[in-house]
Design a protein around this ligand. Structure first.
Ligand code: DP6
Length: 340
């Protein structure tokens, strides 16, 4: 191969049933099942160009050169694709997040999903969505879920189960829900998920109970989604978040991803629900932002109430979105730039 160029577009996802913990660090196999919703408004576009004339891999993220740590993760991902394709051609990778705000929203799931699909296409590999999901899982397990639209499940796996992939549960247009993101104050960089879950596994007395509880919560969330019943999904979803955070908080040294503002938002939401019957439930990742799952009809009310709290910098209403798409040649944003 002398030169080959492709792009892919992927949406981020938010886990309703959380993945926190690995059964196998080498193959990146989750120890618990997780269920997510792919989010239409949070998109990453990535283009990959394998070019024998390049001296080495090069990576830009949102127009800047990637840090050594970021580049190493991208390279590890490219190396897997190159091994499958039987090539050793260097690649130029350019990735852009089309997120309404940069503040505190993780883009690794959409980023690695787009990277894997663009790289596989550029390398001439004809991978099914399930195969690409398994490859994305090895880069970052939450990325495996961004291959698909709507509600998506990634099962727990066994050590060495390299083909483990996510699977679609319910399409994006099957249930009119929204995730309202409350963007809070910016924080210094938190401990990343990979390190956080390993620390929890090694030192938290609540890690084993979390592993025991997670499948039961995932079952309730799955059944609630299939029945389109928010009152079933919501409480189990909150328990999933609070339980994995409990395992993180009780690690040594402790991992507290929350800010005082996170607690303010959680307590306000719980008060609105208990006192006024507002139907919204919270979920949080390895960071301080609180995301509220509600029906589409209630999203304006939820967003307005969050905005009035004073500690919320921005609210974003996100909706169920599609899985990955891809094409040959330069990414659409690069073509748009060239046309200007
Ligand atoms: C809290 O997928 O980022 O967001 O597989 O180590 O890359 P690695 O971890 P990652 O973990 C996501 C953790 C979470 C919950 C979730 O998305 O399920």
């Amino acid at each position: 191969m002398s030169r080959s160029h492709a792009w892919a577009r992927a949406s981020a996802n938010i886990a309703l049933a959380k993945y926190w913990g690995k059964a196998d660090l080498t193959h990146n196999i989750p120890a618990v099942p997780s269920i997510s919703l792919t989010l239409r408004e949070l998109v990453t576009e990535t283009e990959v160009c394998f070019d024998a004339a390049l001296p080495d891999d090069s990576v830009t993220l949102d127009g800047r050169v990637a840090t050594a740590k970021e580049s190493a993760r991208v390279r590890a991902c490219l190396d897997r694709i190159r091994a499958h394709a039987g090539i050793d051609t260097p690649a130029r990778v350019a990735s852009r997040n089309h997120f309404p705000t940069a503040a505190g929203l993780a883009s690794s799931a959409s980023g690695f999903a787009a990277l894997v699909v663009a790289a596989a296409r550029a390398a001439g590999l004809d991978a099914s969505a399930a195969t690409a999901s398994a490859w994305a899982r090895q880069c970052s397990a939450s990325a495996a879920r961004s291959l698909f639209g709507g509600f998506v499940e990634l099962p727990a796996g066994q050590a060495g189960q390299s083909e483990l992939a996510a699977q679609p549960l319910l399409p994006e247009d099957a249930w009119e829900v929204r995730v309202v993101v409350a963007v809070l104050a910016e924080t210094p960089k938190a401990v990343g998920s990979t390190e956080g879950m390993e620390r929890s596994r090694q030192s938290s007395p609540l890690y084993a109970p979390w592993l025991q509880l997670a499948p039961e919560l995932t079952k309730r969330i799955r059944e609630g989604i299939l029945a389109r019943d928010l009152t079933e999904v919501g409480p189990a979803m909150e328990q999933s978040t609070l339980s994995f955070h409990a395992a993180a908080m009780t690690a040594e040294p402790p991992l507290l991803y929350w800010l005082p503002e996170s607690v303010t938002v959680l307590q306000a939401l719980w008060r609105w629900r208990a006192v006024e019957g507002l139907q919204g439930w919270a979920t949080m990742d390895a960071g301080p932002q609180v995301k509220v799952l509600c029906l589409a009809a209630d999203a304006p009310e939820v967003a307005a109430r969050l905005a009035k709290l004073g500690c919320v910098r921005q609210t974003l209403v996100t909706s169920p979105g599609p899985g990955v798409c891809s094409g040959d040649g330069a990414a659409p944003w690069q073509r748009a730039k060239a046309a200007r």
